[in-house]
Ligand binder design. Sequence first.
Ligand code: RM4
Ligand code: MN
Ligand code: MN
Length: 426
Amino acid sequence: MDIDQLIAAHNDQTLPDHRESFGYLSQKLERRNIEVPPIIDKLQRFQIAIPSWALGTGGTRFGRFSGGGEPRNLEEKIADVGLLHALNQSSGAISLHIPWDIPEDVAAIQDLAASYGLAFDAVNSNTFQDQPGQKYSDKFGSLCHTDAKIRQQAIDHNLEVIRYGDALGSKALTIWLADGSSFPGQLNFRKALQRTLDSLREIYASLPADWKIFIEYKPYEPNFYSTVIQDWGTSHLLASKLGDKAFSLVDLGHHLPNTNIEQIVATLMMQGKLGGFHFNDSKYGDDDLTVGAIKPYQLFLIFNELVEGMEDPASSNPSPAWMIDASHNLKDPLEDLLQSIEAIKIAYAQALLVDRAALEEAREQNDPTMAQEILQAAYRTDVRPLLAEARLRSGGSLAPISLYRHAMVRQQLIKERGSKTQSTGL
Ligand code: RM4
Ligand code: MN
Ligand code: MN
C-alpha cells in the first residue's frame, strides 16, 4: 500500500473521535469569539524545514547509538523528509548542509524533491569541521582567522555553498561559526570581530539579488571562553552593517539559561531583522531535545511575539524561515521530528488564540493580572484538534506517530537500508 492509502485508511479509523473533539473545541472557541477557519488555514500554510542532518541518530561526544535504517545518501534523506511531509503536511522543505550533502546530479535531486512536494530551504555552510582534503585547518577559526589565506578558504567555501543552493532553488545562506577562543587572551576580540565582518562582506557581495543571509549566534561551544558572534546583539550589528539582505537567526539552544528569548524576538522584529528560527529544546545545553519537551510555555511566549510581529501590517519584518535544529540521541529521528513539528504548531496555534485587543487594553490599563489571564486562556487550550483538522484538510494523517508505528515504517527502512547505516551529519 502506498503512503496516501495508508493515511486514508488510518484516518478512517480515527475520524469519529476527531470529529467529536474538533466539533467540541470549535464550539468553545466560537463562544470565545474566535474564528476557527482562519486559524486552520494558517496552520495548513505553516511549513517548517527539516535539516538534512536531523534524519540520522545524533550523538554526544561520548558515543552514538544508531537506530538503523538511517538514510545513506541525500536521496534517502529527501525520501525521509517526503514521508514526514506526507504524514503532517508541514515539513515541505529541506535545508542542506554543505559539504555533508553535496548534490551530485542537481536536476535529479530537484526532480526527486519535487516528487515529494519539497522545496529547498536555506543552505548551511560548515567551517566548524575540517573536511578531508581541505588545505588549511579551521582549528583556530574560519572567517575570523588571523591568517588571510584561511579566511579566504572559508569565504570560498561559503561562495561554493551559495552556488549549490542557487542551482537547487534555495534563497538563503545560513552561517553559523564555531569561531572563538577557549582561553582568555587567546583572541583579540576587536580584531576578530572586524575580520569576521570583513569576511562576511565578501560573502554578502556575492549573494544573488533575491537571496538573504542569516547570521546565527551562539554564546559557547565548541569554544568555551568566547565566541565571535556570541549573542543577538553581535549578530544584529553584523547584519545591520552588511545591509538589507542580512538578518539575524535565532536558535533556541543558543542562549544562556533563563535568557528572555521572546524579548529578543520582539526586538529583532521591531528592527525588521529577524530572518530565521532554529527550533529545539534543552534543559542544559544546545539543541539536545525535542521541541517543546522541556519549556513549552517559553515556546508559546516566543510564538506570541512572532504572531504579534507577523500579523502587524506595519511590520517590515519578512516572514521568517523556520527550521528544526535538534539532535536525536534516543528516539527514532523521524518520530522525534514529528513530535517537534507538532509542538511548534501547538505553540503557533495557541498564540493565534490570544485575544490581542484585550491584551493591548490590559497593557494600556497597566493590568498585569488581566494580561496573565489572557495569555493563560490561550496557553491552557488544548489545540491539538485544530492541528489534526489542518492535517486532515491538507491530506495528511490525523495521528502521524500512531500511523508511523502501525505501518512499521522504521522496520521497513531497516529492511531496505540495513541496521548498521549511519547518516552524514553530527
Ligand atoms: C550548530 C548550529 C547550526 C547547525 C550546526 C549543526 O550548533 O545550531 O545551525 O548548523 O549546529
Ligand atoms: Mn542552529
Ligand atoms: Mn546549535
